[in-house]
Design a protein around this ligand. Structure first.
Ligand SMILES: [Zn+2]
Length: 517
């Protein structure tokens, strides 16, 4: 019996003639350095204090890759070996998948023997959630982190500042909460033109809530990378503090979608002073050494008309506004470097002059040639929108398309290219409930996990589809609202944005769910 495991382990040999019993009488024997994993495993198995019929032995093996592990059965016992606590934790996750597939008889599970050796292909295996367009709260975030950790996804990229809302408590700049965390109504775009709707917000995470989530994620070996998107996508910040903009004019937090003209003034030294203070407050909340500074879709209209921005261009011998943005990103990078952080930015702002320590996150193919060239100079995270934007309908990005992502064909497997990892994105303009989040992510999150964990040459869609059967049973058992439509129905439902209450695909899925239950 071979069990379904996602992502697929590098090596999985079945020992058909060996059976190992796992019960509450199985003792967990763990080296001191991996005690957190040993304790979690004991808790999971409800291990009794007098346990000792057999053992799960967790030990350290320096030769194993940092996030890798060995998990095998031998003489009636189970062995876990790893060089890091994360590796040991991933062995525990794999063991959980195995145990879930075995029925308990008289309090015991008889599992078929195995030898598993495993390690990830990429170090950065991420998922982003946008909580600016819609806000979901900590329980939804924790559930997402749980589901990510079951797939060995190790980065939660948290998009917390955009045109439609600023979501981090600020004691230094209280208007970021009083003004920027609210907007006139919930719905964005066309649906939003109804003045009778109640105000949306205030919605933001307090410092305590952020620490709680970061801690919760760390226990599951997920690190949290916050994103404060600057200099564009800053309407909410500018609504709170108009002096951050070039013209100082008052504006409202956006209730529409698309690319907005708001931009922080890059010519005014006060903007930098403001950000210094903001980072002083925000950085200590997050343990991760990475910080996302956005940099996408900046519109330069206001910079062109601003005497301060134009003076900055002249004084620093910059060619144009694009170069002013690279100057701006460079200064932000320097600020964050002093606070022990490494910056990540979207690929729109890329250029030869952009500080080479800034990691590039590739989403739009507009400057693909530049990104490939730059990928030899700096690290790159791959999130191309037509493969990994899970807010797009399944009609546009079916499970298979995400799974079949081929970094070699896209030109990211050449010599010297520094791919740090793969990340999925969930923008929430049209996603306004936890059910719609789940529908958009599952099962596509599992394809993302496998692309990020398993080497291209070892990925196999047919084999993955087989393992989807148990994965869907698992999702069902957890009450997760996964996507259930077949391909035939899907092809008729082409619109790209089809999620949330008004989405055709979403509605159809809801109907199908009711029918089947
Ligand atoms: Zn300006």
């Amino acid at each position: 019996m071979k069990y379904s495991i996602i992502p697929r382990p590098v090596r999985y040999d079945v020992k058909d003639n060996e059976t190992v019993v796992v019960s509450d009488m199985t003792a967990v024997n763990c080296v001191r350095s991996f005690l957190s994993v040993g304790n979690a495993l004991s808790e999971y198995l409800h291990t009794r204090s007098d346990a000792g019929e057999n053992e799960i032995i967790i030990s350290r093996a320096k030769s194993i890759a940092p996030e890798g592990y060995a998990l095998y059965t031998e003489n009636g016992n189970i062995h876990i070996k790893a060089s890091t606590a994360t590796g040991a934790y991933y062995a525990f996750v794999t063991l959980k998948w195995i145990l879930m597939q075995v029925k308990k008889v008289d309090g015991k599970k008889n599992i078929t023997g195995f030898l598993i050796e495993d390690k990830p292909c990429y170090r950065h295996r991420g998922m982003m959630l946008d909580e600016c367009r819609h806000f979901f709260g900590k329980e939804t975030v924790k559930k997402l982190i749980d589901n990510m950790s079951m797939l060995k996804i190790n980065v939660f990229h948290w998009h917390l500042a955009d045109d439609q809302g600023y979501r981090i408590e600020s004691k230094v700049f209280p208007l970021l909460n009083e003004v920027a965390s609210k907007r006139r109504y919930a719905y964005l775009g066309k649906r939003g033109q109804d003045e009778s709707q109640p105000e949306y917000g205030p919605f933001y995470y307090t410092h305590d809530e952020i620490r709680e989530i970061v801690q919760y994620a760390a226990q599951r070996h997920v690190r949290v990378i916050p994103e404060i998107d600057i200099p564009g996508h800053t309407t909410a910040m500018v609504a709170a503090y108009p002096e951050l903009s070039c013209d100082g004019k008052e504006t409202d937090v956006n209730v529409s979608t698309g690319i907005m003209p708001a931009i922080l003034c890059a010519g005014n030294e006060n903007t930098y002073a403001f950000l210094e203070k903001l980072f002083d407050e925000v950085c200590p909340l997050f343990q991760s050494r990475y910080f996302h500074i956005g940099g996408d879709e900046a519109r330069y209209g206001k910079w062109r008309k601003c005497p301060k921005c134009q003076a900055k261009i002249k004084d620093n011998s910059l060619k144009n506004e694009k170069h002013l943005q690279m100057y701006f990103m460079g200064r932000i990078n320097e600020m964050l470097r002093h606070r022990g952080k490494t910056c990540i930015a979207w690929n729109d702002c890329l250029g030869d002059e952009l500080d080479k320590n800034i990691i590039c996150q590739y989403w739009t193919f507009q400057n693909a040639v530049m990104v490939k060239k730059q990928a030899k100079k700096r690290e790159v995270i791959l999130s191309p929108m037509l493969d990994f934007y899970f807010n797009y309908s399944y009609g546009s990005i079916p499970l298979k398309k995400t799974y079949k992502f081929n970094e070699k064909k896209k030109g990211f497997r050449k010599k010297g290219v520094r791919v740090k990892g793969i990340e999925g994105e969930l923008w929430t303009e049209w996603i306004d409930t936890p059910e719609a989040i789940e529908y958009s992510l599952y099962p596509r999150l599992s394809a993302l996990a496998e692309v990020a964990w398993v080497k291209l040459e070892k990925r196999n869609y047919k084999d993955f589809s087989e393992r989807q059967k148990f994965y869907k049973l698992y999702l069902r058992s957890k009450g997760i609202n996964y996507y259930r439509l077949d391909d035939k129905t899907r092809r008729k439902l082409i619109p790209m944005f089809s999620h949330g209450k008004d989405g055709k695909e979403f509605k159809k899925n809801e109907a199908l769910k009711k029918q089947k239950n």
